[in-house]
Design a protein around this ligand. Structure first.
Ligand code: PMP
Length: 487
């Protein structure tokens, strides 16, 4: 038998609020708080009138209103019960309704496909064939634990840090930057919570609304809303095998308010590395046209068989390049550590805003990564891990040769994470995404990086799946595509 709820309250007859409304609010709260559970029964109307010390007609009015919201329902033979309708509680409640606020912030919501990807990445047994982070199996547990062990004996506080980040880490990073030809001292370095935060800070501090952000097309940046949300216009520039075709950046910006965002090394998603020559030409062009450059070097340490070409920043004597580094792709994204290298005035301004945003990147992460840089384990891991990444790449390329030759073409990445695959025939990428999901394969459809080519490209990655899972996933995907083409 269902429980009959207990009435422990009476309306205030002296209040300006009608008595029946007070009863509605009381019952509403009891249901919303969970004190009254779904299926609980209300006392008979006569008893309710007595408990509330009101007329029966007042009780009837309150119950009818709650029935109209779906909160109560009258069941033949069992009186009035609490109904199964939590949504109507939200809608009828007098509490703050967040719905109207959700749309009013300036930051745009993620693309629906990205939202789905973000959600499915955590679904059990999902095969992440497009993902941009390393398999947990590649995580350097031993190096990491050694750093933790050492730090556990040393850390005596975890207070906030200097506005630009841990001094010793900035020194270490400045030294690392100098070792790759970038002229930097600690005052030129701001530690951020990943390079994504660096982009966010740059967009809110330095770029004007309605200015143009040039980028490669396709580009990782198109999968984000950082610049668009701040009111900037994205302008995609085509690439060839040597990188961005900078000469197509038509100068329409008489106010000199355009910037270029580029990923010159092991580009996301195409895997392209810009040639040294193109880097030099691009730099001269941007300098002549006063287009500052944001150089995103997230995959710069991940070229397999040779050194990556010099960064564009290393050619820069004028301070017009902001260089972004991160440990996310080469070590561990969950540390949330990245850095910006730029002129002191810019770094100070970004650091000041960062203090307003989060008062600094995680102190513990900064200490850990500094230890790993200084004791040499970070660099050891990079070298060791390259051969694992190369082997995974080869497994994927072999599988692609076996199963995709008929249906697509792709790049041969020399580093980074991605095989950018172009299908020979267009197919509905949304349908493919869904069909793949039904076989537990999570894809990154190309349109999230280049909306112009909706139904042709897929970003595949060899970085997350186990070696023996890569071939099976590639094969299963090829079967899905071939079947879709038949129907
Ligand atoms: N830049 C590029 C090119 C990336 O691919 C990513 C991650 N996918 C990021 C930046 C963001 O990295 P972080 O974790 O450092 O914010």
């Amino acid at each position: 038998m269902s429980k009959i709820v207990n009435i422990d309250w009476k309306p205030n007859k002296k209040s300006n609020e009608p008595v029946y409304k007070q009863i509605v609010n009381y019952m509403n709260k009891k249901v919303a708080s969970g004190d009254w559970a779904i299926g609980n029964k209300l006392p008979a109307q006569r008893e309710l009138a007595k408990a509330f010390n009101v007329n029966r007609s007042t009780v009837v009015m309150a119950i009818e209103e709650l029935k109209s919201y779906g909160i109560l329902e009258g069941l033949a033979g069992s009186g009035t019960v609490v109904a199964e309708n939590t949504w109507s509680i939200l809608m009828s409640s007098n509490e703050t309704n967040w719905g109207s606020h959700l749309e009013s912030g300036y930051f745009m919501e993620s693309l629906p496909t990205i939202q789905t990807i973000n959600e499915y990445e955590f679904v059990d047994k999902i095969r992440r064939l497009g993902t941009g982070e390393m398999s947990p199996k590649l995580f350097p547990k031993e190096y990491f634990n050694n750093a933790l062990r050492k730090l556990s004996g040393e850390i005596s506080s975890l207070n906030y840090l200097e506005p630009l980040g841990l001094e010793s880490l900035r020194e270490t990073i400045a030294k690392r930057m100098r070792s790759i030809g970038i002229n930097a001292n600690p005052k030129n370095v701001l530690i951020t919570a990943g390079s994504l935060q660096a982009l966010q800070l740059i967009s809110i501090c330095m770029l004007k609304k309605e200015s143009t952000v040039y980028c490669e097309v396709p580009s990782y940046i198109n999968s984000l809303r950082v610049f668009q949300s701040a009111g900037m216009r994205m302008k995609g520039i085509n690439m060839d095998g040597e990188g961005i075709q900078y000469w197509n950046m038509k100068e329409e910006n008489t106010n000199y308010d355009s910037v270029l965002y580029t990923i010159p090394t092991n580009h996301n998603p195409t895997g392209t590395t810009m040639s040294l020559n193109r880097r030099k030409e691009l730099y001269s062009y941007c300098k002549a046209n006063r287009i500052p450059i944001i150089e995103d070097d997230a995959y710069g340490e991940l070229t397999f068989d040779k050194a990556s070409p010099n960064t564009i920043k290393s050619i820069d004597e004028s301070g017009m390049i902001l260089y972004l580094g991160t440990v996310s792709k080469s070590f561990a994204p969950g540390l949330r550590i990245g850095w910006v290298v730029g002129p002191e005035s810019v770094i100070e301004r970004l650091g000041d805003v960062k203090m307003n945003v989060d008062y600094g990147a995680s102190s513990i992460s900064q200490l850990i990564i500094n230890e790993l840089f200084v004791n040499g384990d970070y660099d050891k891991f990079i070298v060791e891990n390259k051969s694992r990444l190369r082997r995974r790449r080869d497994i994927m390329l072999n599988a692609m040769d076996k199963y995709f030759t008929e249906i697509g073409r792709w790049n041969i990445p020399e580093g980074g994470y991605y095989v950018w695959t172009e299908l020979k025939d267009k197919i509905s990428m949304e349908a493919l995404f869904k069909n793949a999901l039904s076989k537990k394969i999570l894809l990154n459809p190309g349109y999230i990086y280049d909306i112009r080519n909706k139904n042709k490209f897929i970003r595949m990655s060899y970085i997350y799946l186990d070696e023996d899972e890569i071939e099976v996933a590639v094969k299963d995907l090829s079967i899905i595509i071939k079947e879709m083409k038949k129907s």
